[in-house]
Design a binder for this molecule. Structure first.
Ligand code: SAM
Length: 410
Protein backbone atom coordinates (compact mmCIF):
# COMPACT_ATOMS: atom_id res chain seq x y z
CA UNK A 1 0.00 0.00 0.00
CA UNK A 2 2.70 2.44 1.07
CA UNK A 3 4.58 1.88 -2.20
CA UNK A 4 1.48 2.23 -4.38
CA UNK A 5 0.51 5.40 -2.49
CA UNK A 6 3.99 6.83 -2.95
CA UNK A 7 4.01 5.98 -6.66
CA UNK A 8 0.56 7.56 -6.97
CA UNK A 9 1.67 10.79 -5.27
CA UNK A 10 4.76 11.03 -7.49
CA UNK A 11 2.59 10.48 -10.57
CA UNK A 12 0.11 13.16 -9.44
CA UNK A 13 3.01 15.62 -9.13
CA UNK A 14 4.21 14.72 -12.64
CA UNK A 15 0.87 14.59 -14.48
CA UNK A 16 -0.93 17.38 -12.64
CA UNK A 17 1.83 19.79 -11.66
CA UNK A 18 4.34 19.09 -14.45
CA UNK A 19 7.11 17.94 -12.02
CA UNK A 20 10.21 16.27 -13.51
CA UNK A 21 9.94 12.51 -12.97
CA UNK A 22 13.53 11.92 -11.85
CA UNK A 23 13.56 14.89 -9.44
CA UNK A 24 10.17 14.06 -7.93
CA UNK A 25 11.10 10.42 -7.50
CA UNK A 26 14.49 11.20 -5.94
CA UNK A 27 12.81 13.60 -3.51
CA UNK A 28 10.43 10.98 -2.13
CA UNK A 29 11.69 7.49 -2.86
CA UNK A 30 13.93 7.19 0.22
CA UNK A 31 10.81 6.76 2.38
CA UNK A 32 9.57 3.76 0.38
CA UNK A 33 9.63 0.25 1.81
CA UNK A 34 10.63 -1.01 -1.64
CA UNK A 35 12.35 1.71 -3.68
CA UNK A 36 12.77 -0.51 -6.72
CA UNK A 37 9.02 -1.18 -6.95
CA UNK A 38 8.10 2.51 -6.58
CA UNK A 39 10.63 3.41 -9.30
CA UNK A 40 9.30 0.68 -11.60
CA UNK A 41 5.71 1.74 -11.02
CA UNK A 42 6.37 5.42 -11.73
CA UNK A 43 8.59 4.96 -14.80
CA UNK A 44 6.43 2.08 -16.01
CA UNK A 45 3.22 4.13 -15.95
CA UNK A 46 4.95 7.01 -17.76
CA UNK A 47 6.43 4.68 -20.37
CA UNK A 48 3.10 2.96 -20.96
CA UNK A 49 1.03 6.13 -20.90
CA UNK A 50 -0.33 5.77 -24.46
CA UNK A 51 -1.29 2.14 -23.87
CA UNK A 52 -2.86 2.89 -20.47
CA UNK A 53 -4.87 5.76 -21.99
CA UNK A 54 -6.28 3.27 -24.49
CA UNK A 55 -7.15 0.80 -21.72
CA UNK A 56 -8.71 3.63 -19.72
CA UNK A 57 -11.06 4.49 -22.56
CA UNK A 58 -12.11 0.83 -22.64
CA UNK A 59 -12.82 0.49 -18.90
CA UNK A 60 -14.57 3.85 -18.39
CA UNK A 61 -17.56 4.99 -20.45
CA UNK A 62 -16.66 8.59 -19.83
CA UNK A 63 -13.30 10.00 -18.83
CA UNK A 64 -12.97 10.09 -15.02
CA UNK A 65 -11.52 13.11 -13.15
CA UNK A 66 -7.73 13.44 -13.53
CA UNK A 67 -6.91 12.02 -10.08
CA UNK A 68 -8.98 8.91 -10.74
CA UNK A 69 -7.57 8.54 -14.27
CA UNK A 70 -4.04 8.50 -12.80
CA UNK A 71 -5.14 6.05 -10.12
CA UNK A 72 -6.60 3.69 -12.72
CA UNK A 73 -3.51 3.92 -14.94
CA UNK A 74 -1.36 2.99 -11.95
CA UNK A 75 -3.68 0.11 -11.09
CA UNK A 76 -3.85 -1.24 -14.64
CA UNK A 77 -0.07 -0.98 -14.95
CA UNK A 78 0.51 -2.84 -11.67
CA UNK A 79 -2.01 -5.56 -12.60
CA UNK A 80 -0.41 -6.07 -16.02
CA UNK A 81 3.30 -5.68 -15.39
CA UNK A 82 4.08 -6.23 -11.68
CA UNK A 83 3.65 -9.80 -10.53
CA UNK A 84 5.05 -9.30 -7.05
CA UNK A 85 2.02 -7.37 -5.73
CA UNK A 86 -1.03 -9.65 -5.38
CA UNK A 87 -4.07 -8.65 -7.42
CA UNK A 88 -6.33 -8.11 -4.40
CA UNK A 89 -3.68 -5.88 -2.77
CA UNK A 90 -3.49 -3.64 -5.86
CA UNK A 91 -7.28 -3.27 -6.01
CA UNK A 92 -7.77 -2.73 -2.25
CA UNK A 93 -4.92 -0.23 -1.99
CA UNK A 94 -6.11 1.84 -4.92
CA UNK A 95 -9.69 1.89 -3.67
CA UNK A 96 -8.40 3.17 -0.31
CA UNK A 97 -6.27 5.82 -2.06
CA UNK A 98 -9.35 6.85 -4.07
CA UNK A 99 -11.22 7.52 -0.85
CA UNK A 100 -8.26 9.27 0.77
CA UNK A 101 -8.08 11.63 -2.21
CA UNK A 102 -11.70 12.76 -1.77
CA UNK A 103 -13.24 10.63 -4.52
CA UNK A 104 -15.37 8.49 -2.22
CA UNK A 105 -18.25 8.48 -4.73
CA UNK A 106 -15.99 6.77 -7.32
CA UNK A 107 -14.75 4.01 -5.00
CA UNK A 108 -17.20 1.46 -6.41
CA UNK A 109 -16.26 2.31 -9.98
CA UNK A 110 -12.50 2.02 -9.26
CA UNK A 111 -13.07 -1.25 -7.44
CA UNK A 112 -15.06 -2.92 -10.24
CA UNK A 113 -12.93 -1.44 -13.07
CA UNK A 114 -9.74 -2.86 -11.55
CA UNK A 115 -11.24 -6.13 -10.32
CA UNK A 116 -12.47 -6.91 -13.84
CA UNK A 117 -9.42 -5.57 -15.66
CA UNK A 118 -7.48 -7.98 -17.85
CA UNK A 119 -5.17 -6.41 -20.45
CA UNK A 120 -5.12 -9.57 -22.55
CA UNK A 121 -8.87 -9.32 -23.18
CA UNK A 122 -8.69 -5.76 -24.52
CA UNK A 123 -9.13 -5.67 -28.28
CA UNK A 124 -6.52 -3.65 -30.14
CA UNK A 125 -7.53 -1.16 -32.86
CA UNK A 126 -8.10 -2.70 -36.32
CA UNK A 127 -5.81 -0.23 -38.05
CA UNK A 128 -2.24 -1.58 -37.92
CA UNK A 129 -0.63 1.80 -37.22
CA UNK A 130 -3.07 2.51 -34.38
CA UNK A 131 -2.53 -1.00 -33.02
CA UNK A 132 1.25 -0.53 -33.09
CA UNK A 133 0.86 2.76 -31.23
CA UNK A 134 -1.05 0.97 -28.42
CA UNK A 135 1.19 -2.11 -28.37
CA UNK A 136 4.43 -0.13 -28.18
CA UNK A 137 2.91 2.79 -26.27
CA UNK A 138 4.22 5.36 -28.73
CA UNK A 139 1.98 8.35 -29.60
CA UNK A 140 -0.04 7.86 -32.78
CA UNK A 141 1.30 11.03 -34.46
CA UNK A 142 4.81 9.67 -34.05
CA UNK A 143 4.07 6.14 -35.29
CA UNK A 144 2.46 7.75 -38.35
CA UNK A 145 5.52 9.94 -38.93
CA UNK A 146 7.90 6.98 -38.50
CA UNK A 147 5.83 4.76 -40.81
CA UNK A 148 6.00 7.45 -43.48
CA UNK A 149 9.74 7.84 -43.02
CA UNK A 150 10.90 4.25 -42.56
CA UNK A 151 7.94 2.13 -43.73
CA UNK A 152 5.71 0.14 -41.37
CA UNK A 153 7.87 -2.98 -40.96
CA UNK A 154 11.08 -1.13 -40.00
CA UNK A 155 9.07 1.09 -37.64
CA UNK A 156 7.51 -1.94 -35.99
CA UNK A 157 10.90 -3.56 -35.61
CA UNK A 158 12.66 -0.69 -33.89
CA UNK A 159 9.70 0.34 -31.75
CA UNK A 160 9.33 -3.22 -30.49
CA UNK A 161 12.90 -3.77 -29.26
CA UNK A 162 13.40 -4.55 -25.59
CA UNK A 163 14.81 -1.91 -23.30
CA UNK A 164 18.54 -2.50 -23.00
CA UNK A 165 19.67 -2.36 -19.39
CA UNK A 166 23.47 -2.60 -19.65
CA UNK A 167 25.62 0.51 -19.29
CA UNK A 168 28.21 1.53 -21.85
CA UNK A 169 31.58 2.66 -20.51
CA UNK A 170 34.90 3.70 -21.98
CA UNK A 171 38.34 4.10 -20.45
CA UNK A 172 39.75 7.56 -19.83
CA UNK A 173 42.35 7.28 -22.59
CA UNK A 174 44.70 9.61 -20.73
CA UNK A 175 44.91 7.02 -17.97
CA UNK A 176 43.94 3.61 -19.36
CA UNK A 177 43.77 1.67 -22.60
CA UNK A 178 40.76 -0.48 -23.49
CA UNK A 179 42.96 -3.56 -23.03
CA UNK A 180 43.97 -2.45 -19.53
CA UNK A 181 40.33 -1.81 -18.64
CA UNK A 182 39.34 -5.25 -19.92
CA UNK A 183 42.06 -6.81 -17.79
CA UNK A 184 40.84 -4.93 -14.70
CA UNK A 185 37.27 -6.14 -15.32
CA UNK A 186 38.47 -9.71 -15.78
CA UNK A 187 40.27 -9.66 -12.43
CA UNK A 188 36.94 -8.67 -10.84
CA UNK A 189 35.02 -11.36 -12.78
CA UNK A 190 32.99 -8.68 -14.54
CA UNK A 191 31.62 -9.74 -17.93
CA UNK A 192 31.74 -7.24 -20.77
CA UNK A 193 30.77 -6.99 -24.41
CA UNK A 194 32.98 -4.86 -26.63
CA UNK A 195 30.99 -2.31 -28.66
CA UNK A 196 31.49 -0.99 -32.19
CA UNK A 197 32.83 2.25 -30.73
CA UNK A 198 35.55 0.48 -28.70
CA UNK A 199 33.67 0.92 -25.45
CA UNK A 200 32.33 -1.86 -23.24
CA UNK A 201 28.80 -2.88 -22.28
CA UNK A 202 28.66 -3.99 -18.66
CA UNK A 203 26.20 -4.46 -15.80
CA UNK A 204 26.77 -1.54 -13.50
CA UNK A 205 28.08 -2.23 -10.00
CA UNK A 206 29.95 -0.53 -7.19
CA UNK A 207 33.37 -1.34 -8.69
CA UNK A 208 32.43 0.32 -11.99
CA UNK A 209 31.00 3.29 -10.09
CA UNK A 210 34.26 3.68 -8.15
CA UNK A 211 36.32 3.65 -11.38
CA UNK A 212 34.01 6.35 -12.71
CA UNK A 213 34.37 8.48 -9.56
CA UNK A 214 38.17 8.20 -9.82
CA UNK A 215 38.01 9.38 -13.45
CA UNK A 216 39.54 6.15 -14.75
CA UNK A 217 36.50 5.41 -16.87
CA UNK A 218 33.33 7.23 -17.82
CA UNK A 219 29.80 6.29 -18.81
CA UNK A 220 29.20 7.32 -22.40
CA UNK A 221 26.81 5.86 -24.96
CA UNK A 222 28.23 4.04 -27.95
CA UNK A 223 26.60 6.46 -30.38
CA UNK A 224 27.98 9.49 -28.50
CA UNK A 225 31.44 8.02 -28.91
CA UNK A 226 30.82 7.46 -32.62
CA UNK A 227 29.79 11.13 -33.06
CA UNK A 228 33.03 12.32 -31.43
CA UNK A 229 35.07 9.83 -33.50
CA UNK A 230 33.45 11.19 -36.68
CA UNK A 231 35.28 14.48 -36.03
CA UNK A 232 38.57 12.61 -36.74
CA UNK A 233 40.44 15.11 -34.57
CA UNK A 234 44.19 15.45 -35.26
CA UNK A 235 46.97 16.83 -33.12
CA UNK A 236 47.12 20.63 -33.05
CA UNK A 237 43.66 21.21 -34.53
CA UNK A 238 41.39 23.86 -33.19
CA UNK A 239 37.92 22.47 -32.43
CA UNK A 240 34.63 24.16 -31.62
CA UNK A 241 31.99 22.24 -29.67
CA UNK A 242 28.87 24.38 -30.20
CA UNK A 243 26.51 22.61 -27.73
CA UNK A 244 28.90 21.02 -25.32
CA UNK A 245 27.33 20.47 -21.91
CA UNK A 246 27.81 18.26 -19.97
CA UNK A 247 31.00 17.85 -22.00
CA UNK A 248 30.94 14.15 -22.86
CA UNK A 249 32.11 14.50 -26.44
CA UNK A 250 34.48 17.42 -25.79
CA UNK A 251 36.34 15.46 -23.13
CA UNK A 252 36.49 12.36 -25.32
CA UNK A 253 37.87 14.37 -28.26
CA UNK A 254 40.55 15.81 -25.96
CA UNK A 255 41.63 12.24 -25.21
CA UNK A 256 41.70 11.18 -28.87
CA UNK A 257 44.33 13.79 -29.83
CA UNK A 258 46.13 16.84 -28.41
CA UNK A 259 43.69 19.45 -29.67
CA UNK A 260 42.48 22.88 -28.59
CA UNK A 261 38.76 22.73 -27.87
CA UNK A 262 36.39 25.62 -27.24
CA UNK A 263 33.43 24.06 -25.45
CA UNK A 264 30.32 26.26 -25.50
CA UNK A 265 26.80 26.10 -24.17
CA UNK A 266 23.93 28.53 -23.67
CA UNK A 267 23.15 27.55 -20.08
CA UNK A 268 25.54 28.90 -17.44
CA UNK A 269 24.69 26.14 -14.95
CA UNK A 270 25.48 23.55 -17.63
CA UNK A 271 28.88 25.16 -18.31
CA UNK A 272 29.73 24.21 -14.74
CA UNK A 273 28.91 20.57 -15.59
CA UNK A 274 31.57 20.71 -18.31
CA UNK A 275 34.13 22.13 -15.88
CA UNK A 276 33.31 19.45 -13.29
CA UNK A 277 33.64 16.75 -15.92
CA UNK A 278 36.99 18.12 -17.13
CA UNK A 279 38.24 18.08 -13.54
CA UNK A 280 37.11 14.53 -12.86
CA UNK A 281 38.70 13.22 -16.04
CA UNK A 282 41.83 15.40 -15.80
CA UNK A 283 41.20 16.57 -19.38
CA UNK A 284 43.44 19.19 -20.94
CA UNK A 285 43.16 21.60 -23.86
CA UNK A 286 39.50 22.58 -23.29
CA UNK A 287 38.34 26.17 -22.81
CA UNK A 288 34.77 26.51 -21.54
CA UNK A 289 32.86 29.51 -22.83
CA UNK A 290 29.30 30.84 -22.89
CA UNK A 291 27.96 31.11 -26.44
CA UNK A 292 24.48 31.04 -27.92
CA UNK A 293 24.93 28.89 -31.01
CA UNK A 294 21.87 30.39 -32.69
CA UNK A 295 23.34 33.91 -32.63
CA UNK A 296 26.14 34.84 -35.05
CA UNK A 297 29.44 35.42 -33.21
CA UNK A 298 31.84 37.47 -35.32
CA UNK A 299 34.71 36.55 -32.98
CA UNK A 300 34.46 32.91 -34.10
CA UNK A 301 34.61 33.45 -37.89
CA UNK A 302 37.06 31.03 -39.59
CA UNK A 303 38.67 30.37 -36.23
CA UNK A 304 38.19 26.59 -36.08
CA UNK A 305 39.37 23.63 -38.15
CA UNK A 306 36.40 21.48 -37.16
CA UNK A 307 33.11 21.98 -35.34
CA UNK A 308 30.83 19.58 -33.55
CA UNK A 309 27.12 20.54 -33.63
CA UNK A 310 25.61 18.10 -31.13
CA UNK A 311 22.43 20.12 -31.16
CA UNK A 312 19.53 20.21 -28.70
CA UNK A 313 16.87 17.80 -30.01
CA UNK A 314 13.66 15.99 -29.13
CA UNK A 315 15.64 13.00 -27.78
CA UNK A 316 13.24 10.50 -29.34
CA UNK A 317 16.11 8.09 -29.98
CA UNK A 318 16.79 7.58 -26.29
CA UNK A 319 13.26 6.97 -24.97
CA UNK A 320 14.48 3.95 -23.02
CA UNK A 321 16.46 6.34 -20.82
CA UNK A 322 13.76 9.02 -20.54
CA UNK A 323 10.47 7.45 -19.50
CA UNK A 324 8.35 10.58 -19.78
CA UNK A 325 9.64 11.85 -23.11
CA UNK A 326 6.40 11.08 -24.98
CA UNK A 327 4.27 13.00 -22.47
CA UNK A 328 5.50 16.32 -23.78
CA UNK A 329 6.80 15.54 -27.29
CA UNK A 330 4.92 16.89 -30.33
CA UNK A 331 5.58 17.55 -33.99
CA UNK A 332 5.28 21.29 -33.29
CA UNK A 333 8.11 21.05 -30.78
CA UNK A 334 10.23 19.13 -33.31
CA UNK A 335 9.66 21.90 -35.85
CA UNK A 336 10.66 24.54 -33.28
CA UNK A 337 13.80 22.57 -32.52
CA UNK A 338 14.50 22.15 -36.23
CA UNK A 339 14.54 25.95 -36.67
CA UNK A 340 17.07 26.26 -33.84
CA UNK A 341 19.17 23.35 -35.14
CA UNK A 342 19.35 24.95 -38.57
CA UNK A 343 20.49 28.30 -37.11
CA UNK A 344 23.22 26.56 -35.11
CA UNK A 345 24.45 24.62 -38.15
CA UNK A 346 24.49 27.74 -40.36
CA UNK A 347 26.47 29.70 -37.77
CA UNK A 348 28.88 26.79 -37.30
CA UNK A 349 29.63 26.81 -41.02
CA UNK A 350 30.86 30.40 -40.78
CA UNK A 351 33.27 29.48 -38.00
CA UNK A 352 34.70 26.33 -39.58
CA UNK A 353 37.48 25.77 -42.10
CA UNK A 354 37.24 22.02 -42.79
CA UNK A 355 34.66 19.73 -41.21
CA UNK A 356 31.40 19.83 -39.27
CA UNK A 357 29.81 16.89 -37.53
CA UNK A 358 26.07 17.39 -37.02
CA UNK A 359 24.52 14.96 -34.54
CA UNK A 360 21.27 14.37 -32.65
CA UNK A 361 19.83 11.62 -30.46
CA UNK A 362 16.60 11.56 -32.38
CA UNK A 363 14.97 9.50 -35.09
CA UNK A 364 12.77 12.00 -36.95
CA UNK A 365 13.94 13.26 -40.34
CA UNK A 366 12.64 16.76 -39.47
CA UNK A 367 15.62 17.18 -37.12
CA UNK A 368 18.09 15.11 -39.15
CA UNK A 369 18.04 14.57 -42.92
CA UNK A 370 15.92 17.66 -43.52
CA UNK A 371 18.35 19.94 -41.68
CA UNK A 372 21.45 18.61 -43.39
CA UNK A 373 19.71 18.36 -46.78
CA UNK A 374 18.51 21.96 -46.65
CA UNK A 375 21.93 23.10 -45.46
CA UNK A 376 23.93 21.61 -48.35
CA UNK A 377 21.29 22.79 -50.82
CA UNK A 378 21.63 26.37 -49.61
CA UNK A 379 25.40 26.25 -49.02
CA UNK A 380 27.11 24.92 -52.13
CA UNK A 381 30.52 25.27 -50.47
CA UNK A 382 29.61 22.38 -48.13
CA UNK A 383 29.01 18.72 -49.00
CA UNK A 384 27.82 15.65 -47.11
CA UNK A 385 30.65 13.12 -46.66
CA UNK A 386 28.74 10.53 -44.65
CA UNK A 387 25.33 10.42 -43.08
CA UNK A 388 23.99 7.73 -40.79
CA UNK A 389 20.67 7.31 -39.02
CA UNK A 390 21.04 4.74 -36.24
CA UNK A 391 17.87 3.10 -34.93
CA UNK A 392 17.49 1.48 -31.49
CA UNK A 393 18.40 -2.22 -31.80
CA UNK A 394 17.75 -3.46 -28.25
CA UNK A 395 21.45 -4.35 -27.98
CA UNK A 396 22.72 -1.03 -26.73
CA UNK A 397 22.45 1.13 -29.81
CA UNK A 398 20.35 4.28 -29.39
CA UNK A 399 18.47 6.16 -32.04
CA UNK A 400 21.10 8.61 -33.19
CA UNK A 401 21.99 10.65 -36.27
CA UNK A 402 25.50 11.56 -37.39
CA UNK A 403 26.28 13.58 -40.51
CA UNK A 404 29.80 14.53 -41.54
CA UNK A 405 30.00 17.70 -43.66
CA UNK A 406 33.07 19.14 -45.31
CA UNK A 407 33.91 22.31 -47.17
CA UNK A 408 34.18 21.93 -50.92
CA UNK A 409 36.56 23.90 -53.12
CA UNK A 410 33.63 25.94 -54.53
C1 SAM B 1 22.56 17.12 -26.75
S1 SAM B 1 23.08 18.22 -25.54
C2 SAM B 1 24.82 18.21 -25.79
C3 SAM B 1 25.54 17.03 -25.21
C4 SAM B 1 27.05 17.21 -25.26
N1 SAM B 1 27.53 17.45 -26.59
C5 SAM B 1 27.79 16.01 -24.70
O1 SAM B 1 28.31 15.19 -25.44
O2 SAM B 1 27.85 15.90 -23.47
C6 SAM B 1 22.62 19.75 -26.21
C7 SAM B 1 23.14 20.94 -25.44
O3 SAM B 1 22.80 22.09 -26.21
C8 SAM B 1 22.66 23.18 -25.33
N2 SAM B 1 21.97 24.27 -26.05
C9 SAM B 1 20.65 24.48 -26.23
N3 SAM B 1 20.45 25.57 -26.98
C10 SAM B 1 21.68 26.06 -27.29
C11 SAM B 1 22.13 27.19 -28.02
N4 SAM B 1 21.26 28.05 -28.60
N5 SAM B 1 23.45 27.41 -28.12
C12 SAM B 1 24.34 26.56 -27.51
N6 SAM B 1 23.96 25.48 -26.81
C13 SAM B 1 22.65 25.24 -26.69
C14 SAM B 1 21.90 22.57 -24.17
O4 SAM B 1 22.08 23.35 -23.00
C15 SAM B 1 22.56 21.18 -24.07
O5 SAM B 1 23.57 21.21 -23.12
Amino acid sequence: MNDLLMAFEVLIAIYKDGAYSNLELNKRVNGASNQAIVTRLVYGVLQKDVQLEYYLAKVANKRPPKTVAILLKLGMYALTYINSIPRYAVVDSLVTICEKYGKRQLKGFVNSALKNFDASSIVLPKDKIEALSVETSVPLWLVKAYSKQYGFEVTKEFLSVDTFTKEHIRPNLKRLTVEQLKYMLKTQNIQYIQSDADGLFIDNNSYIKSLNEKGLITYQSMTSMLAAQAMEVKEGESILDMCSAPGGKAVYMSELAEVFITACDIHEHRLQLIRDYINRMGATGITVEYNDGSVFNSGFVDKFDKTLCDVPCSGLGVVGKKADIYLTASMDKCHQLAALQYEILCNASKYTKKRIVYSTCTTLREENYNIVGRFVKENKNWKVVTLQQYLPDGKGRDGFFIAVLERTSL
